[in-house]
Write a protein that binds this ligand. Structure first.
Ligand code: GUN
Ligand code: FE
Length: 427
Protein backbone atom coordinates (compact mmCIF):
# COMPACT_ATOMS: atom_id res chain seq x y z
CA UNK A 1 0.00 0.00 0.00
CA UNK A 2 2.85 2.35 0.76
CA UNK A 3 4.01 2.57 -2.84
CA UNK A 4 0.61 3.74 -3.91
CA UNK A 5 0.81 6.74 -1.62
CA UNK A 6 3.14 9.71 -1.56
CA UNK A 7 2.86 12.56 0.89
CA UNK A 8 4.38 16.01 0.47
CA UNK A 9 4.61 18.60 3.21
CA UNK A 10 4.90 22.21 2.13
CA UNK A 11 3.10 25.47 1.49
CA UNK A 12 0.62 24.49 -1.21
CA UNK A 13 -0.69 26.99 -3.75
CA UNK A 14 -3.00 26.54 -6.74
CA UNK A 15 -5.97 28.10 -8.57
CA UNK A 16 -9.08 25.90 -8.73
CA UNK A 17 -10.82 29.00 -10.11
CA UNK A 18 -9.12 32.00 -11.58
CA UNK A 19 -10.37 34.58 -9.10
CA UNK A 20 -8.06 33.70 -6.20
CA UNK A 21 -5.13 31.58 -5.18
CA UNK A 22 -6.07 28.74 -2.88
CA UNK A 23 -3.31 28.44 -0.29
CA UNK A 24 -2.54 25.92 2.45
CA UNK A 25 0.20 26.88 4.86
CA UNK A 26 2.46 24.07 6.10
CA UNK A 27 0.09 21.32 5.01
CA UNK A 28 0.23 17.80 3.65
CA UNK A 29 -0.79 16.85 0.13
CA UNK A 30 -1.56 13.16 -0.17
CA UNK A 31 -1.10 11.58 -3.60
CA UNK A 32 -2.51 8.15 -4.45
CA UNK A 33 -1.53 6.46 -7.72
CA UNK A 34 -0.29 9.77 -9.07
CA UNK A 35 -3.48 11.67 -8.27
CA UNK A 36 -4.26 14.15 -5.52
CA UNK A 37 -6.24 12.47 -2.76
CA UNK A 38 -6.53 15.43 -0.45
CA UNK A 39 -4.81 18.26 1.37
CA UNK A 40 -4.68 18.16 5.17
CA UNK A 41 -3.32 20.29 7.97
CA UNK A 42 -2.76 17.17 10.07
CA UNK A 43 -2.11 13.67 8.82
CA UNK A 44 -4.67 10.99 9.47
CA UNK A 45 -3.39 8.28 11.84
CA UNK A 46 -3.39 5.52 9.24
CA UNK A 47 -1.21 7.60 6.90
CA UNK A 48 1.39 8.29 9.55
CA UNK A 49 3.58 5.33 8.59
CA UNK A 50 4.10 6.61 5.05
CA UNK A 51 7.31 8.63 4.67
CA UNK A 52 6.78 12.31 3.98
CA UNK A 53 8.71 14.30 1.38
CA UNK A 54 9.43 17.27 3.54
CA UNK A 55 9.49 20.60 1.69
CA UNK A 56 8.73 22.78 4.71
CA UNK A 57 9.17 26.51 3.94
CA UNK A 58 9.16 25.83 0.18
CA UNK A 59 6.16 26.22 -2.14
CA UNK A 60 4.43 23.45 -4.09
CA UNK A 61 2.53 24.65 -7.15
CA UNK A 62 1.05 22.97 -10.25
CA UNK A 63 3.68 22.70 -12.97
CA UNK A 64 3.40 24.83 -16.09
CA UNK A 65 1.45 24.04 -19.25
CA UNK A 66 2.50 25.45 -22.62
CA UNK A 67 -0.31 25.18 -25.16
CA UNK A 68 1.66 26.34 -28.18
CA UNK A 69 5.29 25.65 -29.11
CA UNK A 70 7.01 24.95 -32.45
CA UNK A 71 9.70 22.34 -31.77
CA UNK A 72 11.77 22.89 -34.93
CA UNK A 73 11.89 26.63 -34.29
CA UNK A 74 13.83 26.10 -31.05
CA UNK A 75 17.21 27.10 -32.61
CA UNK A 76 15.61 30.31 -33.93
CA UNK A 77 14.81 31.81 -30.54
CA UNK A 78 15.61 35.50 -30.56
CA UNK A 79 16.23 35.61 -34.31
CA UNK A 80 14.46 37.61 -37.01
CA UNK A 81 12.04 39.37 -34.72
CA UNK A 82 12.15 42.68 -36.56
CA UNK A 83 9.60 41.35 -39.07
CA UNK A 84 5.91 40.67 -39.07
CA UNK A 85 4.47 37.17 -39.33
CA UNK A 86 4.56 36.44 -43.06
CA UNK A 87 8.04 37.77 -43.93
CA UNK A 88 9.31 36.17 -40.70
CA UNK A 89 7.92 32.80 -41.79
CA UNK A 90 9.54 33.16 -45.20
CA UNK A 91 12.91 34.47 -44.07
CA UNK A 92 13.54 32.51 -40.87
CA UNK A 93 10.98 29.89 -40.02
CA UNK A 94 10.56 27.93 -43.23
CA UNK A 95 14.31 27.61 -43.91
CA UNK A 96 14.86 26.31 -40.36
CA UNK A 97 11.94 23.87 -40.56
CA UNK A 98 13.40 22.52 -43.81
CA UNK A 99 16.37 21.16 -41.87
CA UNK A 100 14.36 18.47 -40.08
CA UNK A 101 14.65 15.98 -42.91
CA UNK A 102 18.06 15.51 -41.29
CA UNK A 103 17.36 13.27 -38.36
CA UNK A 104 20.75 13.85 -36.74
CA UNK A 105 20.15 17.58 -36.67
CA UNK A 106 16.63 17.01 -35.35
CA UNK A 107 17.89 14.81 -32.54
CA UNK A 108 20.34 17.43 -31.34
CA UNK A 109 17.69 20.15 -31.29
CA UNK A 110 14.97 18.05 -29.64
CA UNK A 111 17.26 16.91 -26.86
CA UNK A 112 18.10 20.52 -26.05
CA UNK A 113 14.45 21.47 -26.26
CA UNK A 114 13.27 18.77 -23.84
CA UNK A 115 16.05 19.69 -21.47
CA UNK A 116 14.92 23.31 -21.60
CA UNK A 117 11.26 22.45 -20.93
CA UNK A 118 12.32 20.36 -17.96
CA UNK A 119 14.43 23.25 -16.71
CA UNK A 120 11.68 25.88 -16.88
CA UNK A 121 9.07 23.64 -15.25
CA UNK A 122 6.82 22.96 -18.24
CA UNK A 123 5.56 19.41 -17.90
CA UNK A 124 2.81 19.42 -20.56
CA UNK A 125 3.12 21.02 -23.95
CA UNK A 126 1.27 21.30 -27.27
CA UNK A 127 3.94 20.93 -29.96
CA UNK A 128 4.01 21.59 -33.68
CA UNK A 129 6.76 19.76 -35.50
CA UNK A 130 7.91 20.29 -39.11
CA UNK A 131 6.29 18.36 -41.98
CA UNK A 132 8.74 15.47 -41.53
CA UNK A 133 7.37 12.14 -40.40
CA UNK A 134 10.64 10.63 -39.25
CA UNK A 135 11.62 13.59 -37.09
CA UNK A 136 8.09 13.73 -35.67
CA UNK A 137 8.42 10.11 -34.57
CA UNK A 138 11.77 10.89 -33.02
CA UNK A 139 10.16 13.71 -31.06
CA UNK A 140 7.53 11.28 -29.74
CA UNK A 141 10.19 8.78 -28.69
CA UNK A 142 12.31 11.37 -26.88
CA UNK A 143 9.30 12.77 -25.04
CA UNK A 144 8.21 9.31 -23.95
CA UNK A 145 11.73 8.73 -22.63
CA UNK A 146 11.74 12.05 -20.74
CA UNK A 147 8.57 11.50 -18.67
CA UNK A 148 7.11 14.87 -19.73
CA UNK A 149 3.66 15.05 -21.31
CA UNK A 150 2.94 16.37 -24.81
CA UNK A 151 0.58 16.50 -27.72
CA UNK A 152 2.79 16.28 -30.80
CA UNK A 153 1.72 17.06 -34.35
CA UNK A 154 3.41 16.64 -37.69
CA UNK A 155 2.64 19.91 -39.45
CA UNK A 156 0.60 19.68 -42.66
CA UNK A 157 1.03 22.13 -45.54
CA UNK A 158 0.39 21.71 -49.22
CA UNK A 159 0.34 25.28 -50.59
CA UNK A 160 2.11 28.62 -50.30
CA UNK A 161 5.34 27.23 -48.87
CA UNK A 162 8.76 26.76 -50.46
CA UNK A 163 9.19 23.52 -52.43
CA UNK A 164 11.50 21.92 -49.90
CA UNK A 165 8.66 21.79 -47.33
CA UNK A 166 5.69 21.51 -49.66
CA UNK A 167 3.66 18.33 -49.26
CA UNK A 168 1.61 16.36 -51.68
CA UNK A 169 -1.93 16.16 -50.27
CA UNK A 170 -2.23 12.38 -50.21
CA UNK A 171 1.19 11.86 -48.66
CA UNK A 172 0.47 14.48 -46.02
CA UNK A 173 -2.75 12.73 -44.97
CA UNK A 174 -1.28 9.24 -45.20
CA UNK A 175 1.77 10.10 -43.06
CA UNK A 176 -0.43 11.81 -40.50
CA UNK A 177 -2.56 8.67 -40.24
CA UNK A 178 0.54 6.48 -39.90
CA UNK A 179 1.76 8.58 -36.98
CA UNK A 180 -1.67 8.44 -35.34
CA UNK A 181 -1.77 4.65 -35.61
CA UNK A 182 1.75 4.26 -34.27
CA UNK A 183 1.40 6.58 -31.27
CA UNK A 184 -2.23 6.89 -30.25
CA UNK A 185 -2.01 4.13 -27.65
CA UNK A 186 1.70 4.08 -26.95
CA UNK A 187 1.77 6.45 -23.99
CA UNK A 188 -0.76 7.91 -21.57
CA UNK A 189 0.76 11.36 -21.71
CA UNK A 190 2.49 11.70 -25.09
CA UNK A 191 -0.21 11.74 -27.75
CA UNK A 192 -0.74 12.69 -31.39
CA UNK A 193 -2.55 15.87 -32.40
CA UNK A 194 -3.63 16.85 -35.91
CA UNK A 195 -1.78 20.00 -36.97
CA UNK A 196 -2.74 21.86 -40.14
CA UNK A 197 -0.33 24.81 -39.97
CA UNK A 198 -2.98 27.42 -40.88
CA UNK A 199 -5.44 28.03 -43.69
CA UNK A 200 -2.98 29.86 -46.00
CA UNK A 201 -0.81 26.71 -46.24
CA UNK A 202 -3.60 24.10 -46.41
CA UNK A 203 -6.08 23.53 -49.25
CA UNK A 204 -9.68 22.55 -48.55
CA UNK A 205 -8.89 19.05 -49.75
CA UNK A 206 -6.13 18.69 -47.16
CA UNK A 207 -8.24 20.19 -44.37
CA UNK A 208 -11.05 17.82 -45.24
CA UNK A 209 -8.76 14.79 -45.08
CA UNK A 210 -7.36 15.91 -41.73
CA UNK A 211 -10.81 16.57 -40.27
CA UNK A 212 -11.82 13.06 -41.32
CA UNK A 213 -8.82 11.63 -39.45
CA UNK A 214 -9.68 13.69 -36.36
CA UNK A 215 -13.18 12.20 -36.29
CA UNK A 216 -12.17 8.67 -37.31
CA UNK A 217 -9.62 8.29 -34.49
CA UNK A 218 -10.95 10.93 -32.09
CA UNK A 219 -7.69 12.88 -32.21
CA UNK A 220 -7.42 16.52 -31.08
CA UNK A 221 -6.48 19.39 -33.38
CA UNK A 222 -4.22 22.45 -33.17
CA UNK A 223 -3.69 25.32 -35.57
CA UNK A 224 -3.38 29.10 -35.84
CA UNK A 225 -6.23 31.61 -36.05
CA UNK A 226 -6.33 35.37 -36.69
CA UNK A 227 -2.84 36.32 -35.56
CA UNK A 228 -2.01 39.05 -38.06
CA UNK A 229 -4.10 41.41 -40.18
CA UNK A 230 -2.27 40.51 -43.43
CA UNK A 231 -2.82 36.83 -42.69
CA UNK A 232 -6.57 37.45 -42.28
CA UNK A 233 -6.75 39.35 -45.59
CA UNK A 234 -4.90 36.49 -47.26
CA UNK A 235 -7.40 33.94 -45.91
CA UNK A 236 -10.27 36.06 -47.27
CA UNK A 237 -8.66 36.02 -50.72
CA UNK A 238 -7.90 32.30 -50.64
CA UNK A 239 -11.28 31.19 -49.26
CA UNK A 240 -13.79 33.87 -50.35
CA UNK A 241 -16.82 31.62 -49.96
CA UNK A 242 -16.42 31.37 -46.16
CA UNK A 243 -17.88 34.05 -43.91
CA UNK A 244 -14.83 34.14 -41.68
CA UNK A 245 -11.53 32.44 -40.83
CA UNK A 246 -12.92 30.14 -38.11
CA UNK A 247 -15.62 28.85 -40.47
CA UNK A 248 -12.97 27.31 -42.73
CA UNK A 249 -11.74 25.07 -39.91
CA UNK A 250 -15.27 24.46 -38.68
CA UNK A 251 -16.45 23.33 -42.13
CA UNK A 252 -13.86 20.54 -42.11
CA UNK A 253 -14.37 19.30 -38.51
CA UNK A 254 -11.26 21.03 -37.23
CA UNK A 255 -12.92 23.42 -34.80
CA UNK A 256 -13.97 21.65 -31.62
CA UNK A 257 -15.50 18.55 -33.21
CA UNK A 258 -12.59 16.96 -31.36
CA UNK A 259 -10.68 18.93 -28.69
CA UNK A 260 -9.04 21.86 -30.44
CA UNK A 261 -6.45 24.56 -29.72
CA UNK A 262 -6.28 27.72 -31.84
CA UNK A 263 -3.18 29.84 -31.28
CA UNK A 264 -3.31 33.65 -31.04
CA UNK A 265 -6.95 34.66 -31.73
CA UNK A 266 -6.13 38.37 -31.70
CA UNK A 267 -8.66 39.59 -34.25
CA UNK A 268 -11.57 37.18 -33.90
CA UNK A 269 -15.03 38.54 -34.63
CA UNK A 270 -17.73 38.26 -31.96
CA UNK A 271 -19.28 35.46 -33.97
CA UNK A 272 -16.01 33.54 -34.05
CA UNK A 273 -15.65 33.94 -30.30
CA UNK A 274 -19.19 32.65 -29.82
CA UNK A 275 -18.42 29.63 -31.96
CA UNK A 276 -15.27 28.94 -29.94
CA UNK A 277 -17.31 29.05 -26.73
CA UNK A 278 -19.99 26.81 -28.20
CA UNK A 279 -17.50 24.26 -29.57
CA UNK A 280 -15.20 24.59 -26.53
CA UNK A 281 -12.26 25.50 -28.72
CA UNK A 282 -9.23 26.57 -26.67
CA UNK A 283 -7.48 29.84 -27.36
CA UNK A 284 -3.72 29.66 -26.81
CA UNK A 285 -2.77 33.17 -25.75
CA UNK A 286 0.83 33.91 -26.77
CA UNK A 287 1.47 37.52 -25.70
CA UNK A 288 5.30 37.46 -25.98
CA UNK A 289 5.11 36.29 -29.58
CA UNK A 290 2.37 38.81 -30.33
CA UNK A 291 4.63 41.63 -29.13
CA UNK A 292 7.68 40.34 -31.00
CA UNK A 293 5.97 39.98 -34.38
CA UNK A 294 3.94 43.20 -33.89
CA UNK A 295 0.86 41.05 -34.27
CA UNK A 296 -1.38 42.82 -31.76
CA UNK A 297 -2.89 42.21 -28.33
CA UNK A 298 -5.46 39.51 -27.82
CA UNK A 299 -8.40 40.80 -25.74
CA UNK A 300 -8.10 37.94 -23.30
CA UNK A 301 -10.78 39.32 -20.96
CA UNK A 302 -13.29 39.25 -23.82
CA UNK A 303 -12.60 35.53 -24.32
CA UNK A 304 -12.86 34.81 -20.59
CA UNK A 305 -16.14 36.75 -20.38
CA UNK A 306 -17.47 34.66 -23.27
CA UNK A 307 -16.44 31.41 -21.51
CA UNK A 308 -13.91 30.41 -24.13
CA UNK A 309 -11.30 28.07 -22.58
CA UNK A 310 -7.93 29.86 -22.58
CA UNK A 311 -4.36 28.73 -21.88
CA UNK A 312 -0.93 30.27 -22.43
CA UNK A 313 1.65 29.52 -25.10
CA UNK A 314 5.26 30.55 -25.58
CA UNK A 315 4.91 30.17 -29.37
CA UNK A 316 8.62 29.49 -29.70
CA UNK A 317 10.11 31.04 -31.81
CA UNK A 318 7.66 33.86 -32.48
CA UNK A 319 8.03 34.09 -28.71
CA UNK A 320 11.60 34.21 -27.42
CA UNK A 321 11.01 32.91 -23.87
CA UNK A 322 10.51 29.24 -23.07
CA UNK A 323 9.18 29.95 -19.58
CA UNK A 324 5.42 30.04 -19.05
CA UNK A 325 6.13 32.00 -15.89
CA UNK A 326 7.48 34.82 -18.08
CA UNK A 327 4.48 34.49 -20.41
CA UNK A 328 2.20 34.95 -17.38
CA UNK A 329 3.84 38.33 -16.77
CA UNK A 330 3.58 39.24 -20.47
CA UNK A 331 -0.10 38.29 -20.41
CA UNK A 332 -0.78 40.54 -17.44
CA UNK A 333 1.10 43.44 -19.02
CA UNK A 334 -0.61 42.95 -22.40
CA UNK A 335 -4.02 42.96 -20.71
CA UNK A 336 -3.20 46.27 -19.01
CA UNK A 337 -2.40 47.89 -22.33
CA UNK A 338 -5.60 46.41 -23.80
CA UNK A 339 -7.52 47.87 -20.84
CA UNK A 340 -6.16 51.35 -21.58
CA UNK A 341 -6.62 50.93 -25.32
CA UNK A 342 -10.28 49.99 -24.92
CA UNK A 343 -11.12 52.91 -22.68
CA UNK A 344 -11.02 50.57 -19.67
CA UNK A 345 -13.60 48.22 -21.12
CA UNK A 346 -11.68 44.97 -20.64
CA UNK A 347 -10.27 44.74 -17.12
CA UNK A 348 -6.64 43.66 -16.86
CA UNK A 349 -6.07 40.08 -15.77
CA UNK A 350 -4.81 39.58 -12.25
CA UNK A 351 -1.86 37.50 -11.09
CA UNK A 352 -4.11 34.64 -10.03
CA UNK A 353 -5.86 34.72 -13.41
CA UNK A 354 -2.54 34.59 -15.28
CA UNK A 355 -1.39 31.73 -13.05
CA UNK A 356 -4.65 29.89 -13.73
CA UNK A 357 -4.18 30.29 -17.50
CA UNK A 358 -0.65 28.87 -17.32
CA UNK A 359 -1.68 25.90 -15.15
CA UNK A 360 -5.31 24.74 -14.99
CA UNK A 361 -6.49 26.79 -17.99
CA UNK A 362 -4.15 25.05 -20.43
CA UNK A 363 -3.92 21.93 -18.29
CA UNK A 364 -7.61 21.11 -18.73
CA UNK A 365 -6.84 20.35 -22.37
CA UNK A 366 -4.74 17.42 -21.12
CA UNK A 367 -7.29 16.09 -18.59
CA UNK A 368 -7.39 16.72 -14.85
CA UNK A 369 -4.16 18.68 -14.99
CA UNK A 370 -2.98 22.00 -13.57
CA UNK A 371 -4.67 22.01 -10.16
CA UNK A 372 -4.51 20.15 -6.85
CA UNK A 373 -8.22 19.50 -6.44
CA UNK A 374 -9.00 15.91 -5.50
CA UNK A 375 -8.55 13.56 -8.44
CA UNK A 376 -6.13 15.81 -10.32
CA UNK A 377 -2.83 14.44 -11.62
CA UNK A 378 -0.06 15.46 -9.26
CA UNK A 379 1.90 17.52 -11.80
CA UNK A 380 3.89 19.81 -9.57
CA UNK A 381 6.90 22.03 -9.01
CA UNK A 382 8.69 22.53 -5.73
CA UNK A 383 9.87 26.11 -5.43
CA UNK A 384 12.61 27.41 -3.18
CA UNK A 385 12.13 31.19 -3.14
CA UNK A 386 14.59 31.91 -0.32
CA UNK A 387 16.94 33.88 -2.60
CA UNK A 388 14.15 36.27 -3.61
CA UNK A 389 14.08 38.11 -0.28
CA UNK A 390 12.63 37.63 3.16
CA UNK A 391 9.47 35.58 3.40
CA UNK A 392 8.57 35.86 7.07
CA UNK A 393 6.16 38.74 6.69
CA UNK A 394 4.75 37.75 3.34
CA UNK A 395 1.51 35.92 2.72
CA UNK A 396 1.65 32.89 0.43
CA UNK A 397 -0.22 34.95 -2.18
CA UNK A 398 2.59 37.50 -2.05
CA UNK A 399 5.26 34.81 -2.29
CA UNK A 400 3.74 33.26 -5.40
CA UNK A 401 3.30 36.66 -7.02
CA UNK A 402 6.92 37.53 -6.27
CA UNK A 403 8.09 34.19 -7.69
CA UNK A 404 6.09 34.70 -10.89
CA UNK A 405 7.55 38.15 -11.44
CA UNK A 406 11.16 37.82 -10.29
CA UNK A 407 11.81 34.10 -9.87
CA UNK A 408 13.03 31.76 -12.58
CA UNK A 409 14.10 28.19 -13.22
CA UNK A 410 16.82 28.43 -10.57
CA UNK A 411 14.06 28.46 -7.96
CA UNK A 412 12.55 25.20 -9.23
CA UNK A 413 14.05 22.37 -7.20
CA UNK A 414 11.79 19.44 -8.18
CA UNK A 415 9.36 18.53 -10.96
CA UNK A 416 6.63 15.87 -10.80
CA UNK A 417 4.29 14.41 -13.43
CA UNK A 418 1.44 12.17 -12.23
CA UNK A 419 3.27 11.77 -8.92
CA UNK A 420 6.52 10.65 -10.57
CA UNK A 421 9.60 12.72 -9.94
CA UNK A 422 11.08 13.80 -13.28
CA UNK A 423 14.84 13.72 -13.17
CA UNK A 424 16.94 16.02 -15.32
CA UNK A 425 17.04 14.44 -18.80
CA UNK A 426 20.37 12.74 -19.37
CA UNK A 427 20.56 14.33 -22.78
N1 GUN B 1 1.22 30.97 -38.44
C1 GUN B 1 1.56 29.97 -39.29
N2 GUN B 1 2.73 29.42 -38.95
C2 GUN B 1 3.14 30.05 -37.85
C3 GUN B 1 4.29 29.91 -37.02
O1 GUN B 1 5.17 29.08 -37.21
N3 GUN B 1 4.36 30.77 -35.97
C4 GUN B 1 3.41 31.69 -35.71
N4 GUN B 1 3.55 32.50 -34.67
N5 GUN B 1 2.35 31.85 -36.48
C5 GUN B 1 2.21 31.03 -37.54
FE1 FE C 1 2.63 29.45 -33.67
Amino acid sequence: MNNKFKIFKSNIIFTPTMETFKVYKNSYIVVEDGKVKGIYEELDKNLKRIPVFDYTDKLIIPSFVDLHFHAPQFPNRGLGLDSELIPWLEKYTFPEEGKYSDIKYAKKVYKNLIHELWKVGTTRVGLFNSIHKESTELLFDLFIESGLGAYIGKVNMNRNTPNYILEDTKTSIRETEEIILKYKDKSDIVKPIITPRFVPTCTSELLKGLGNLAIKYNIPVQSHLSENTNEIEWVKKLEPEFKDYASVYNEFNLFGQTRTIMAHCIYNTDEEIELMAKNKVYAAHCPSSNYNLSSGIMPVRKFLNANVPVGLGTDISGGHETSIQKVMVSAIQASKIKWLETNKKYNPITTSEAFYLGTKGGGSFFGKVGSFENGYDFDALVIDDSNLGYAENLTLEERIQRFIYIGDDRNIIERYVQGRKIEEPKF
